[in-house]
Each structure stands twice: as C-alpha cells, then as structure tokens.
Design a protein. Sequence first.
Length: 210
Amino acid sequence: MLWNWYTIDACFIHPSWQITTRGAFAATCIGIMLMVVLLEFLRRLGKEYDEWIVRDFRRRSALIREQQRRLLRQQQQQRGQGSTTGDAAAKTGLSTSSSVVERRRGYMGTTTKTTTLKFRASPLQQLIRAVIHAVMFGLGYLVMLLAMYYNGYVIISILIGALIGKFLCDWLTVKFEIPGGDEEEEMMDGGFTDEVPRQQGVEDATVCCG
C-alpha cells in the first residue's frame, strides 16, 4: 500500500465497507474519530475500575485493622482485671510510654511491626477487567488496520480522535498531602524529600499491539 488521498471508491477492511459518495467518506472519518475516542475512554475506564478495586481492598484492610485493635484492647482489659489497682495503673503507664516510643522510632525510620494483607480480585471483578481489556485490544487492532491503508484522511481522523479522547478522557489530576505543625518538622528531620507524586493520567502510549 502507498500513501494516498482517495475518497471515492476507497474500501476498508471488508468489501461492504466501500465508499461511493463523499458523504459516506465523511461519515467514515467521523466514525473513525469516535472509534479512537472510545478506545481512549476504555483505557481510562480500565484504570478507574482497577483503582476502585484497590480502594475497596484498602477499605477492607482498614476494617480488619480496626477489628485487630478492638481484640487487642479486649485482651489488655482482661489481663488488667486480674491484677491489683496499683499494679494495673503502673502497667498501663509503662505500656503507654513504650508504645509512644515505638511509634516515634518507627516514624524516624527504624524497624516497626507491620502486617501484610493480600487481596485478590473476585472472579466477577477479574472477568470485567478481562472484558474491558479484550474490547480495548480488538478496537486497537481495528484502528491499526485502518491506519495501514495509508489514507491521509483516515490517518488525520485517527490523530484527531486521539487528541479529543486524550483531552476528554484523561484529564490530569494530582493530589498533594501537605503536613502541618509538628508533623512537618518531624518529616523534615527524618529526611523528607520533595518526591514527585504519581500522576493519575494514563501512561501507556498505545494499546494497538497489546
């Protein structure tokens, strides 16, 4: 195939997709632009769905953490009931001070006790992710096949569709967390650096080849 600017009698992908009028060719160019916009929308939809699953995992981990804290408090209360009042007060003061020191040491970069939780997507969630990926994969290959006809109008339509899709479906948003008060001083003392936050925009350049 050679570079061309054909409009009438141009044929794409299937014999039934043959252009006979200028109006049909204009509709084809508009359809190609919408196809690329849909591709960008599906890419953003896949990213947003993955982030929604991660947020659900974080919510569930917070519930598990809260249950563990309640269980620990109940165990401490049961142990405290078996001792005398003076001993219980002394132990309570000792445990409180040691927990504060441990938390400060952990914040300054020393070893802390952490619990690792591992979640997996449910079969339904994984199926939805796979369907979005399959549709996006097939649509990307259709756009690639259309570009291989080397028609100037078609390639321009693809580029315009990519521009519109990026502008509408991938608006960049960045979140900054600015600490205040004593927390800011402790972070500066602990070697806090101005790290560039992770951007929410889609990083992938194309999905036509998977």
